[in-house]
Write a protein that binds this ligand. Sequence first.
Ligand code: ADP
Ligand code: MG
Ligand code: MG
Length: 885
Amino acid sequence: MNTVYTFGGGASHGDPRATDKTITGGKGANLAEMASIGLPVPPGFTITTEECVRYLREGSDFSDKLRSDVAEALTHIEKTVGKSFGSASDPLLVSVRSGARVSMPGMMDTVLNLGLNDETVKGLAATSGDDRFAWDSYRRFIQMYSDVVLGLDHGLFEEALEIAKEDNGYFADTELTAQDWQSLVAEYKEIVAREQGKPFPQDVTEQLWGAIAAVFDSWDSDRAKVYRRLNDIPGDWGTAVNVQAMVFGNMGDTSATGVAFTRDPSTGDRQYYGEWLVNAQGEDVVAGIRTPQYLTKRRREDAGADKPSMEEAMPDAYNELARVFELLEQHYKDMQDIEFTVQQGKLWMLQTRSGKRTAKAALKMAVDMVAEGLIDEETAVLRVDPMALDQLLHPTLDPDAQRDVLAKGLPASPGAASGKIVLDADTAEQWAQHGDKVILVRVETSPEDIHGMHAAQGVLTARGGMTSHAAVVARGMGRPCVSGASSVSIDIKARTLLVGNRELKEGDTITLDGATGEVMYGEVPTIEPELAGDFATLMEWADRHRRMNVRTNAETPADCRMARQFGAEGIGLCRTEHMFFDAGRISAVREMILAENEAGRRKALEKLLPEQRSDFVEIFTTMAGLPCTIRLLDPPLHEFLPHEDAEFAELAETTGFGVDHLKRRANELHEFNPMLGHRGCRLGITYPEIYEMQARAIFEAACEVAEKSGEAVVPEVMIPLVGTKRELEILRKLVNDTAEKVFSEKGRKLDYLVGTMIELPRAALMAGEIAEEALFFSFGTNDLTQTTLGVSRDDSARFLAVYVEKGIFQRDPFVSLDIEGVGQLVSVAAERGRATRPDIKLGICGEHGGDPASIAFCEKVGLDYVSASPYRVPIARLAAAQAAL
Ligand code: ADP
Ligand code: MG
Ligand code: MG
């Protein structure tokens, strides 16, 4: 098994492992693929991810095989470019680059210009005929290597550079001469010797292995771990290492470096999009040190910028780049995010990958590419990440609202966000944990800020372009972001910021518009999202390909309307208790709970009946004939008890009981473990009059709506927390008897179903027997997860994060179904239920009904529908289609 694969220089070995991302990582696999389709790629080789895993497992040791394979692969590069590594006359320089299976932008470290030392720098100067370039490269190398490999503080080097500039009266780096760089190199070496107690390594082989080790080690760095946790990337994949001949974008004014997208990653428009810098090396563009220039003339003009675009300044290289864009899109059949360098007029490709994009762009590209014939409808449906739709389903700024614009930056990631200003990532996380909405404001972000960006509603930076770290990460997370707002200056000590001439402080509220780049004072009102256009097209395709129905969990008419707009095909869960908390009703509910006997309860229930009935009338009217699953009262009565003296006083007045009596009653009803207490169908068993009232409200409402609209809903009456067949048998009879009574009173008969939730392990196991009484099952996976794992959802926050970190759970089981464990109970229950009643209706109504991974599982088990909260309905529709494809 190869430990190393070479690419470029016409070396194409048919081994599929070379272009397998799991083996050579995303970057390595694509470099090999680009080289094999004839694109200009500097030659190099990739060390496999397997070697990284082995290295980390074996306590940071390289195998002998790896050492000899690397030596051999290095010879391949030397032969191809005709230079040799460590040669004093014509030295080969390489970059050492990380590259995991999926892109982890900015997470891992890269070392450029490796192979320079006091001797080879002279060779580089001689062969290039450019002293300044050679010494500039050497100082870059020392700084980068010291930071990434030796772990020295890069601030030390920046300081020395700043002092050198000041001493010489320079303003920009470009003013430094060859001599200046040379003396800076001497100073840099002194810094290294002083800081680490030994000189900067002059042996190029030692440099190479040092860099390889650093890339391997970076897989386990804190920031890589955070990124993996946020993105559900397993810790055991490892990273590949790419060693590649250097090409130089810093060889004068015919050289350049840049990053580009084959389409606009923000809007999805079919327009090249990118940024570049003349006479610069890769890191300069993303680091935000110099403000990059636009790639195309059109963009430059739109932005009113005066520095020339690449299209204008380097037309030949630009045309070649445009040709490569087209080839890459044809080859990968997707929008590509690329990195390139121009060395003395010649274009070199350094990276390509499927580009990250906003949800809006993802939809537009998917729909456009079908129209262009690049991909088919199925691919388009599979291409869009369901969770990304979330970005589109949320409000944007009301265009008619007043805006007090403080500053304008680049529209780096769309969406609107309001929140309190916070100036560092830790504060962002702390405030967010206390329930504050925050906007993270930084000069520029770095990978150390990821957790703060995650906690924030949006991100604002003073520096950096559209492809800066902040912009890329924010787009990936779906956080609105305004970058490069240069009129913002931050005083981190005083915890204030100056925006133009206005002073704000940490904690003040601002609003960002990621679509325009505007930063506004205060909170600006928002409007509902637009669901037409590409969104509607893709949803239509998704609907054509899915098998499962998608319903919603909703109980207010407003939620029902919203869900229907989002395409819900019914209600999967209407929680009747939510209606009990309404201000006007809670006292009747309390009266009922605290009543001493059935007569007392019935008296209170009579007050509730018309209220419930009118709720159902509204819901049934809104749902216009679609199926509606209504769950009878579920939560522990405990939850409705009064707490405040004023509440008791009020209750005393309406019921005529004394406060002391009521307090004693409330005390009696206290439960130690209410979630496993007097709740669910146990309420119906002990106080049948409660369920009787609810059933009556449902059927009376159904009759009323059928009468008025002619559109008969089919109520699905759902009994919660059933564990035995007998419970359901008793309650089903109660519901049936009530239905008969109402029907004979109203003189009309309607179809309806009685079924149960499956949310206790016993119910899942006994599903065969329970199905004798149930016409449908709805998996209540929130409770089923609690009861199967023995983990209380509301108390799990304290330990679940640690469980996920330690790999005990891959993901929070309340967010994504524990398929291995809880999933077994779902499969078993589905199977046993169907064995008894082949046409039994099966659905899921837990939170998991809106989670794509859980939806894929539901498709596998063959459920009839999933039910999700209104905003998640489109996500569920798309995920259901992807699961079926
Ligand atoms: P990241 O994963 O952080 O983007 P890369 O390995 O892609 O890191 O390296 C960052 C930048 O360094 C690249 O965009 C490119 O501009 C520059 N670079 C990497 N390798 C080379 C090379 N062989 N020649 C010239 N520039 C390079
Ligand atoms: Mg890169
Ligand atoms: Mg439940």
